[in-house]
Write a protein that binds this ligand. Structure first.
Ligand code: NDP
Length: 286
């Protein structure tokens, strides 16, 4: 029998797989084009239906890559893009959304996020996003890089409670959101999208992947250390992790992490190695 993939439920009761695909820095190098298309398609084949992009990524190059990867398969995909803060209101928002849709070769987004907070009043952004929803250009909207005070301000606005998600940095080596932000979002039934779930690359990622506790758990489960990190990030059922992988073998491994359950004991061992926060920490960002 097929093992059950973990899913996360949005406030409007739509379910998505708890593991999706990030695409930052994809679509930018022509020699990687074929491999990246292949990686995204392999991800869809393995049930990683959510694809995350932004108008910022390669100034549209990531969205164009996705258009090619999902050609003929739009219905299978849960498509997420993000608007620059300086485009997040009025005519600029309408234009940014329409440009994004055109680059993606589609007529709707499943989810549209404010990439981070800028100078345009949140009230104006919420009104603009709600208007896009009414017009059918987007199915739902959310925010990214919002800390506790931003979230509270948003939720107090008319329509602010329509926020479907907050996309923030979250991985085993950066657990700050667990202290106050994650509980606040839980209280409102708003899921988190965990970006950089593999700590992006570079030395921090290597430290996590080579950590003895992580390695030991990977060995116990017969998986790769990256899969332990991802299974950890989605352990509670209301976090969607969006690892980026430009190589098909990475995507396959990442998709399988949605089938992996860590025991209480194993989670405790990870807590020991990477303690949960004991006070409010400023939101970690890239
Ligand atoms: P990740 O933490 O996802 O790490 C990506 C790196 O991990 C790549 O080098 C990739 O290699 C490698 N990798 C992927 N899978 C494996 C594996 N199974 N084993 C070993 N290495 C692996 O970093 P990102 O910064 O890309 O974050 C993920 C996504 O989150 C972004 O792509 C973007 O969509 C989103 N994001 C959003 C932000 C925001 O402000 N809202 C900010 C930052 C990211 P390779 O590509 O070679 O396969």
């Amino acid at each position: 029998a097929a093992l059950k993939q973990k899913t996360v439920t949005f406030p409007d009761q739509t379910h998505v797989r708890a593991l999706g695909q990030g695409t930052w820095r994809m679509g930018e190098e022509s020699e990687k084009h074929e491999a990246e298309i292949e990686a995204l398609r392999v991800g869809l084949d393995s049930g990683m239906e959510l694809i995350d992009t932004a108008e910022m990524y390669g100034e549209g190059a990531s969205e164009e890559l996705i258009r090619d990867a999902i050609a003929g398969r739009r219905e299978e995909v849960f498509l997420v893009s993000k608007v620059y803060p300086h485009h997040a209101g009025g005519e600029a928002l309408k234009q940014a959304c329409s440009n994004t849709l055109e680059r993606l070769g589609t007529d709707y987004l499943d989810l549209y996020l404010l990439h981070w907070r800028g100078d345009i009043p949140l009230k104006e952004t919420v009104e603009g996003l709600e208007a896009l929803k009414q017009e059918g250009k987007i199915r739902r909207w959310g925010v990214s890089n919002f800390d506790v005070s931003d979230m509270k301000e948003l939720l107090a606005l008319p329509g602010g409670d329509q926020c479907a998600v907050n996309q923030v940095l979250y991985h085993l080596g950066s657990r700050g959101i667990e202290y106050e932000l994650l509980p606040l979002l839980r209280e409102h039934g708003i899921p988190v999208m965990a970006y950089c779930p593999l700590a992006e690359g570079g030395s921090l990622r290597d430290q996590l992947l080579n950590h003895p506790t992580v390695e030991e758990l990977a060995e116990t489960h017969g998986v790769e250390p990256a899969q332990i990190l991802l299974a950890w990030a989605i352990r509670e059922g209301d976090v969607i992790a969006i690892p980026k992988a430009g190589q098909a073998h990475h995507v396959e491994a990442n998709g399988r992490a949605a089938l992996l359950n860590l025991t209480e004991e194993e989670l405790a061992a990870l807590d020991q190695a990477f303690p949960a926060p004991t006070k409010k920490e400023p939101l970690d960002i890239v």
